[in-house]
Write a protein that binds this ligand. Structure first.
Ligand code: ZN
Length: 255
């Protein structure tokens, strides 16, 4: 998995979007989302989604904190700024106080808090993005990661590959319960990580996919690429281990 980040392309994205009144946060969100979406090995299994926490100015000049999160109907590889509709962040975060929330009520709450009421529906994973503290959050269904995360002993394998750099999340259907579970497990892991001096870089959702996060678009994107690269490396090692075992068996049989 190649890191395709380019400082000059990032700057060009900021400059070209600034002319249309789009801030640098959203410009960079669009730039790295396109980098992820252009790589079939990351998005083959049902796309993925990305977000940035930023702010917009209301009609009275007030600053409104928002989550710009991928909306339905947009392809990651060709996304434009309207593909990340802005949703008021605080009312989304307030939903953490609930014990449960139906899919219908969740979609309604997300739509009710859109800055542009005509914008597409925010991703079904929007609350998961909102509940994490990081400015940038990236999510893919990487083939290499799924090769690890679909195995019966996925938790042990992922722990061996990533150590304490990621949070492991058991399978839960996407929706409110998954967002709550990820937030709670992230917070527990963040406390442990702070005590041991490790920095959390992402989350593996078993049988589902991979999240990375960071303070900047570049950091979150590069963490995604590195976590996928480690999964690819593990798959290659596993394949060559199997091949050398097969070779040994053949030699024993031939002798
Ligand atoms: Zn997903």
């Amino acid at each position: 998995m190649k890191n395709l980040w380019s400082d000059s392309d990032a700057k060009a994205a900021i400059d070209s979007h600034a002319k249309k009144g789009i801030n640098a946060d959203l410009a960079l969100r669009v730039y790295t989302t396109r980098l992820l979406g252009g790589e079939p090995k990351l998005v083959l299994h049902g796309g993925g989604n990305t977000s940035v926490k930023t702010s917009v100015t209301g009609l009275l000049g007030e600053t409104i904190p928002v989550l710009c999160v991928k909306g339905s109907g947009w392809d990651l590889g060709t996304i434009e700024p309207p593909g990340h509709p802005a949703v008021r962040l605080e009312p989304l975060r307030a939903l953490r106080a609930l014990d449960s929330l139906s899919d219908e009520a969740m979609v309604a709450a997300q739509r009710n808090n859109l800055i542009d009421p005509a914008a597409p529906n925010p991703s079904v994973e929007a609350l998961l993005h909102a509940f994490l503290p990081h400015t940038f959050v990236d999510h893919t269904h990487s083939s290499a990661l799924l090769a690890l995360a679909d195995q019966p002993d996925a938790a042990e394998v992922c722990r061996r590959v990533y150590g304490e750099r990621v949070v492991l999340v058991p399978y839960v259907m996407p929706g409110f319960a998954l967002a709550q579970s990820c937030a709670a497990l992230y917070e527990e892991a963040a406390e442990r990580a702070a005590a041991s001096g490790v920095e959390l870089e992402g989350m593996v959702l078993l049988k589902h996919g991979l999240f990375s996060f960071g303070a900047t678009a570049k950091q979150s994107y590069e963490r995604m690429i590195e976590l996928v690269r480690l999964a690819e490396q593990r798959s290659e090692e596993h394949t060559s281990e199997l091949q050398s075992r097969q070779y040994l068996v053949c030699r024993l049989l031939l002798e």
